[in-house]
Design a binder for this molecule. Structure first.
Ligand SMILES: [Zn+2]
Length: 391
């Protein structure tokens, strides 16, 4: 009698599992893999994807539910797509190069309204990095940003700083970029103040190009949201560091790789500019900022100095790790924190219900950042886009 009741009971609980079997089937199942969600690390877990969405994440999923494609993830790490928070993209090819390396979002820091519109069309296309843009950076006639052969709007006698900012917002800029560069004619702090106030009125963030420490300090005092270069002229004083420390939610994209190439470029010049910082000093500035609570994000400024839109971002992360930022903080910065600080839609932390946008490397970048160079696969909306001969 007891057995009969028991089998009836077992039948009842087994039925939903059996009928749910086709529903639960995965398009992709990665087993026993380490997942860095962007916030925390899950050791030896399973990750299931269905219809482009992460539907399961947890240890030892019931593998009776067959997957169309199962990958043994032992010894590998899955991470959310990287964000390159300082690029200049001109062609769709740049967004493809980024995506192929697991860089699934890029922030353009100075381009034309035409390019912004054109590249924006690839926004949701599999195989391309998501493209966010400032449009044209704010500069003055003859200033930094006007020397690249494209016609850019400037702040001049006919366009006020306020109007310039409103024009960029009307064009759909995701954030406003300011170019403060004293090597050329440049914006005054008064004009910069107007840009920041106008953008903030419209709930749009403002970031800036700087190359001098004193400019960085002044812009932070004016309430800028982020700096997309670190200075290269000298180390900050303890007093200046306090200014950065006191600005809540400040972020800096130090473009370390770029600045090291700047130092090498200066070395070749007959007339070297006055610079007291070197590569070691630069890494130390980044460490001091991190320890003061400033969020460090990853950006490489391609195509300057021949830097690519893809794998060179790994080199930036290797440098940030060498600067003394813990790997987990570096990787959070290069993924979900970039979205949070820039106010972007993604990447979101890896979790059930979000788009299956991630990449997988051999080894453990949380222990050794060099593991990023061992790229095994990139998926967007559950489709494997790298290498493209594999499912
Ligand atoms: Zn740039």
């Amino acid at each position: 009698m007891m057995t009969r009741y028991l089998s009836f009971f077992l039948f009842l609980i087994a039925t939903p599992v059996l009928t749910g079997q086709t529903d639960n089937q995965w398009d992709l199942l990665i087993t026993d893999v380490q997942v860095f969600t962007g916030e925390k690390t899950l050791k030896s877990t399973d990750l299931g994807v269905k219809d482009g969405i992460i539907t399961h994440l947890g240890p030892e999923l019931d593998r009776q539910h067959r997957a169309l494609n199962t990958i043994n993830g032992k010894g590998y790490t899955v991470l959310p797509g990287l964000v390159n928070t300082h690029v200049h993209a001109w062609f769709p090819l740049h967004l493809q190069q980024a995506a192929q390396a697991g860089v699934l979002a890029t922030c353009d820091m100075h381009g034309s309204a035409f390019a912004t519109k054109f590249l924006g069309q690839f926004q949701d296309s599999v195989g391309y990095a998501r493209y966010y843009a400032a449009g044209s950076g704010a500069t003055v006639p003859g200033g930094h940003g006007t020397q690249f052969g494209m016609i850019v709007p400037t702040i001049d006698s006919t366009t006020s700083a306020r109007q310039f900012t409103l024009d960029r917002i009307a064009e759909g800029a995701d954030y406003i970029k300011i170019l403060r560069e004293p090597m050329r004619p440049t914006l005054s702090f008064e004009q910069i103040d107007t840009i920041i106030k106008t953008a903030h009125e419209k709930n749009v963030r403002v970031v800036a190009h700087v190359s001098r420490c004193a400019d960085a300090v002044e812009l932070v005092r004016l309430g800028i949201d982020g700096l997309v270069h670190i200075w290269f002229d000298r180390a900050m004083t303890e007093e200046e560091l306090k200014v950065f420390e006191q600005h809540e939610d400040l972020f800096i994209v130090p473009t370390t790789l770029t600045n090291i190439k700047v130092f090498a470029f200066f070395e070749q010049q007959a007339e070297k500019p006055e610079v007291s910082l070197d590569s070691i000093g630069l890494l130390d500035e980044i460490r001091r900022l991190h320890e003061a609570g400033v969020q460090i994000l990853a950006g490489t400024d391609p195509p300057n100095f021949g830097i690519n839109h893809g794998s060179d971002l790994y080199e930036e992360l290797i440098l940030l790790s060498a600067a003394g930022i813990p790997n987990q903080a570096c990787l959070a910065g290069a993924t979900v924190e970039s979205a949070r600080y820039f106010g972007l839609a993604g990447p979101q932390p890896i979790q059930v219900g979000v788009a299956a946008d991630f990449f997988m490397v051999k080894g453990d970048p949380l222990k050794s950042m060099e593991a990023l160079r061992e790229l095994e696969g990139v998926w967007q909306k559950g489709q494997r886009i790298y290498p493209n001969d594999k499912q």
